[in-house]
Design a protein. Sequence first.
Length: 115
Amino acid sequence: MANIYTWVYTVGMSTHPTPHSLLQQIAQIKRMEPGKLCVMRQGPDGPYYSLQCREGGKPVARYVPREEAELVASHTANYERFQTLVGQYVALVAAQTRAARQAGSKKKTPRRSSS
């Protein structure tokens, strides 16, 4: 719950993220796991869960004990948040890189020859 609150608070406070603020948010993520938590089937005592992901290009499913399902769900949410933040970071730095390159090319105007 603390990670969700931190994310909502920092995103709500920062309308224009900086590379530094995005890296700070990424550093706050302490546990993550790629994949999707799925209900395999319903049993007499409740659902059976699996974590589905890809490793080496192949689909993998791992059994998740019922008592760990909530924790694994938070870890997969953290991974999704990580991916979102990294995407934002890449987009922001790429835009800054393009802007700097464009500004540099505008400064280099050809010299006029004197007549």
